[in-house]
Design a protein. Structure first.
Length: 183
């Protein structure tokens, strides 16, 4: 597997309103664990669309991993130009920092947001450009990742495609492992 896409919840969908929220470290730890396994199996590129939340946290994990695994690369394909236009200043700064370190950055649509089709186009391109998707999503707690997850399940029926899902139970197990390790 050479290319995977990563997607998942936005911060507010998880009740996260601070960049210092402890849940972020748990989510990043879960992503890191999967990425290390995939890198050791030959993963070369990770593809994200640059959305706040899971995708940008995954970018931070990739930057950390590049110190140990310099062959791993990050591509950011935004669904449209200026997706950060309505974000607050701290989110824009965080986003710009991530973009500046990515190995490849481009926009699928060369215009600002016009309609939801731009997100459907992104989903379709991500599925066709990758061999797997790592998604932080729990079917019991729907949110924006639902659309990508449903499309990936349909795509998988016709194609050799892997869906690697990190759900709330897995995150809870990581929390419990951390608590156990502190004793």
């Amino acid at each position: 597997m050479k290319v995977i896409s990563i997607s998942g919840y936005k911060p507010f969908e998880l009740g996260i309103f601070s960049s210092k929220h402890p849940a972020i470290e748990i989510i990043k730890k879960a992503i890191k664990k999967e990425l290390i396994r995939l890198i050791e199996e030959g993963l070369e590129w990770v593809l994200i669309s640059g959305q706040l939340g899971v995708e940008l946290w995954a970018a931070e994990v990739i930057f950390e991993l590049q110190d140990v695994y310099p062959t791993i690369k990050l591509a950011i394909l935004t669904p449209f130009e200026n997706q950060e236009g309505n974000w607050n200043e701290s989110n824009k700064e965080f986003y710009e920092m991530i973009l500046s370190q990515a190995d490849f950055v481009d926009s699928i649509s060369k215009q600002p947001y016009t309609n939801p089709q731009q997100f459907r186009n992104r989903n379709r391109i991500f599925l066709h450009k990758s061999q797997a998707m790592l998604i932080v999503y729990d079917a019991q707690n729907e949110g924006s990742p639902k659309y990508m997850y449903e499309e990936a399940k349909k795509y998988k029926e016709q194609n050799n495609f892997e869906i690697i899902s990190i759900d709330f139970d897995q995150l809870q197990m990581l929390i419990e492992d951390d608590e156990w390790d502190t004793y």
